[in-house]
Design a binder for this molecule. Structure first.
Ligand code: ZN
Length: 141
């Protein structure tokens, strides 16, 4: 199967049936993101205990790309330390904004499906919206 088709399916899959799309009771960290260019609105909830992300979920409405990004991100955050989460944020930002063709790190996993947005600058904000919310949530504590 063509890798681009595979990536598109992953985005459609996560964009229409996102994982972790719910409100978290008693979150330790929250943040909101809004992308006026597209109308994406996301609220991120985290529960961090013993320096590890025990739970991560989001509520919001947006396009398939912002929803897929939030779905995959919240899946990947569980079990990570805050430092690991911030490193993932940096690697993901590099993936979608960098023009270099250096091999992306293996750790990105399903996030590689979103790498295609870098040729659509208006879509980069969709893909990174939830990640900036993550960055804000972790920095405000
Ligand atoms: Zn969008």
């Amino acid at each position: 199967m063509d890798i681009l088709n595979l990536y598109q399916e992953l985005i459609i899959d996560h964009g229409t049936k996102p994982n972790n799309h719910r409100i978290l009771e008693n979150p330790t960290h929250t943040s909101e993101g809004y992308n006026p260019l597209c109308g994406d609105r996301i609220k991120l909830y985290l529960k961090i205990e013993k320096n590890r992300i025990q739970d991560a979920c989001f509520k919001g409405s947006g396009c398939a790309i912002s929803t897929a990004s939030a779905s995959i991100m919240t899946d990947m955050l569980k079990g990570k330390t805050q430092l690991e989460a911030l490193t993932l944020f940096k690697n993901f930002k590099d993936l979608v904004t960098s023009s270099s063709d250096k091999e992306p790190t293996h750790e990105l996993g399903k996030l590689l499906a979103l790498s295609g947005v870098k040729v659509f600058p208006s879509r980069i904000k969709c893909a990174t919206l939830v990640w900036h919310a993550l960055n804000d949530a972790l920095k405000t504590r």
